[in-house]
Design a protein around this ligand. Structure first.
Ligand SMILES: Cc1cc2nc3c(=O)[nH]c(=O)nc-3n(C[C@H](O)[C@H](O)[C@H](O)COP(=O)(O)O)c2cc1C
Length: 662
């Protein structure tokens, strides 16, 4: 299949460079760890993930990291350093390459880098210096061990070639082992593997040369390099230019891709979330490209839409487009772009749920793609139901909408009742907060599909028992969400004066002028939306104090996004009182709030409080449940009204409910 589109002529036309790089278009899938590997064996689900991206139109896919050296034993990476899984590797390569898509195996080691809690006991490294995040101090490799590691990497690359892979990518950025060797900040060796610029680059150079020596002439070799790792004394744009120029001078490298940040306080630069501008690294990439000796450079970093990608190519900022999360969210992104169906793409919302999942050890999952790695994932349409029936859904949030469009496309008659005049529920509210804009893609897509499937919407009034009974549906889905619970420490009489965070935000979002005074937020939520709301408070009040019973904030946000939250809260002067709880010993008349340190019991008074609000564990909205059951209707609860959880739970549960309605 060749993808061509008049709208995206550069992005979707074939690309050639030199004698090796021949691609059907300019779209690369950047490496994404799937956590579908079991005991070092590629699994059918893992292979399916890659086959789907190939079928969806990507021209080149970089695999997740592989265990290529003998000391690499991580069970969630496929083993290549011996022959144990050659058959699986061959199936993997065939599943991708049969779609005219090049599969490259990624060679990577995290070295001392670890973003989970605790130390990495098996870490190896250049020098006995701690990882910035986990304080892991690695075992320092000897020269002989480095040489053996290079031999292993090359032997594994040769095995991949024999198994049908088109090439390899060295992941030499992200603060991982290759990066640690290249950086003067983490490599303090005095031997030939450090000491100076040449020495620090030796590991990457010799690995490249060793791979070239044992692989076929057409074998592709890509390099992922740090552009700006943001760590003082490490690799900034100038050092990166020199590295890129040196490593591309020999003609061995087929493409480069620059990633940003390190395994340090700049970890959030790896996967810019929705608080970053779109494609935030373009000017840096363009600048670095001029040092790459004509070797093609792929733009990477929060590129989500085909028009953005086409613009990057048209302006000459890069030669290729590397998409990580965008292709996780929709593997048919290239196909739909080629067919002029960009509005049908399920767009990445840069929430980093995917990253949180894999770091927690769960298979890759996506807030806006409930079918990651399923056999029918590409351009999926549900099968029609045998017997069309009527489904009533109460709640037009993302759980209800997901169920609605699917049941509608399956041929059922669907009516959705929504209390608000607009769809999207609490996700719409979040989308109106700083950094929330992209979230609208979730419900915009659902609404578009529901409308084209003929779903009827009754919006702007709370549906009661009578309205639902009048519809006489075969089933009722309750998707009514959940509301924040009243903080137990506060007297109930304060209820009218102390709004929950959502109610506060609805009112405050309309204000244009600063209010002055102190706003206090009691945070027993720790998800991203709460901190987006804090940014709104910060714009409106002189002083914002965050009170939380936990030892720190943003505990339930993936670390890559939490770092951004810490940075924003710190830079905007938000005061944080960890390990504190609310008390009733306050004086609302005098605008004084009294909070207590949980363990010492010490009381602190916050003066001048003009707003006290709370973000707390939510309770399901279930007023209709018992009356509907009593009236004899089969009722199913989905999303937060089943149990208050995440966007991921809401979309996947709505998806299942829409499919399972018979
Ligand atoms: C869930 C997830 C897993 C990733 N795993 C890897 C990996 O194993 N190796 C790697 O080099 N990059 C990895 N990355 C980084 C991506 O390759 C890419 O650099 C990053 O996501 C930025 O691109 P994007 O904005 O298009 O997603 C991962 C990113 C995500 C979101």
């Amino acid at each position: 299949m060749t993808l061509e589109s008049a709208r995206f002529p550069l992005l979707l036309s074939p690309y050639r460079h030199g004698s090796r790089l021949k691609l059907r278009n300019r779209i690369l899938h950047a490496s994404i760890t799937t956590r579908h590997v079991r005991d070092c064996a590629p699994t059918p689900a893992m292979i399916q993930y890659y086959a789907n991206r190939a079928r969806g139109g990507a021209a080149l896919i970089v695999s997740e990291p592989l265990n290529c050296a003998r000391f690499q034993t991580r069970a969630h990476y496929a083993r290549v350093w011996n022959a144990d899984f050659e058959e699986e590797l061959k199936s993997w390569a065939a599943a991708v390459e049969s779609h005219d898509c090049r599969l490259l195996g990624q060679i990577q080691d995290s070295g001392r880098g670890r973003h989970e809690r605790g130390r990495n006991a098996g870490a190896v490294g250049a020098s006995a210096l701690p990882d910035d995040l986990s304080w892991t101090v690695p075992y320092v490799l000897t020269g002989a061990e480095i040489s053996r590691m290079i031999e292993d990497f090359a032997a594994s690359a040769a095995r991949l070639a024999r198994c049908g892979f088109s090439g390899v990518e060295l992941s030499a950025g992200h603060g991982h082992l290759f990066h640690q060797f290249m950086s003067p900040w983490s490599n303090r060796r005095e031997d030939r593997w450090g000491a100076d610029f040449e020495g620090r680059l030796r590991l990457v150079r010799e690995t490249i040369q060793a791979i070239r020596a044992v692989t076929p002439s057409g074998f592709l070799l890509g390099l992922k390099l740090p552009g700006d790792d943001g760590v003082p004394g490490s690799i900034g744009p100038l050092e990166s230019r020199s590295i890129a120029s040196t490593l591309t001078s020999g003609g061995e490298v087929d493409y480069l891709v620059f990633c940003q940040g390190s395994h340090a306080r700049t970890l959030d630069w790896h996967v810019p979330d929705a608080h970053w501008p779109r494609a935030p690294w373009l000017s840096l990439i363009r600048e670095l490209r001029s040092a790459c000796n004509g070797v093609p450079v792929a733009a990477l970093g929060r590129i989500t839409a085909p028009a953005e990608a086409e613009g990057i190519l048209a302006r000459g900022e890069a030669d290729l487009i590397a998409l990580g999360r965008a292709l996780t969210t929709d593997p048919a992104w290239p196909l739909k772009s080629a067919q002029g169906r960009e509005q049908e793409i399920r767009y990445c919302v840069s929430c980093n749920t995917c990253w949180g999942q894999i770091v927690a050890g769960s298979p890759l999952a996506c807030d806006n793609n409930p079918r990651v790695a399923r056999t029918d994932e590409v351009d999926w349409h549900p099968e029609r139901a045998k017997t069309p029936r009527k489904l009533a859904i109460v709640g037009a949030g993302i759980a209800g909408l997901e169920a609605a469009w699917i049941a509608g496309e399956r041929g059922h008659e669907v009516v959705v009742f929504g209390a608000s005049a607009e769809v999207g529920g609490s996700t719409r509210l979040h989308s109106q907060l700083p950094g929330g804009e992209s979230l609208s893609s979730i419900y915009d897509y659902q609404l578009m599909r529901a409308q084209s499937a003929g779903v009827r919407f009754e919006l702007g009034q709370r549906a009661g028992l009578a309205e639902l009974i009048a519809e006489n549906p075969a089933q009722i889905l309750l998707a009514t969400g959940a509301e924040m619970s009243w903080p137990a420490a506060l007297p109930l009489e304060w209820k009218s004066a102390v709004p929950d965070l959502r109610s506060a935000v609805r009112k405050l979002a309309e204000l244009t002028r600063p209010q002055g005074g102190t706003a206090v937020l009691f945070d027993a939520d720790h998800t991203e939306g709460t901190y987006a709301a804090v940014q709104l408070l910060q714009r409106l009040f002189d002083r914002v104090v965050l009170v939380t019973p936990r030892e720190r904030v943003a505990v339930d946000v993936p670390l890559v996004s939490a770092l951004g939250i810490y940075r924003r809260l710190s830079q905007s002067g938000i005061e944080i009182l960890p390990l504190h709880e609310l008390t009733a010993e306050s004086d609302p008349e005098r605008a004084q709030l009294c909070v207590r340190q949980i363990y010492s019991g010490a009381l602190t008074t916050i003066a001048g409080v003009v707003l006290l609000t709370y973000s707390t564990p939510r309770v399901p909205q279930l007023e209709l449940l018992e009356p509907l059951r009593a009236a004899g209707y089969p009722v199913r609860q989905i999303g937060d009204c089943r149990a208050p959880r995440t966007v991921l739970a809401a979309t996947s549960e709505g998806h299942a409910a829409g499919l399972e309605f018979e």
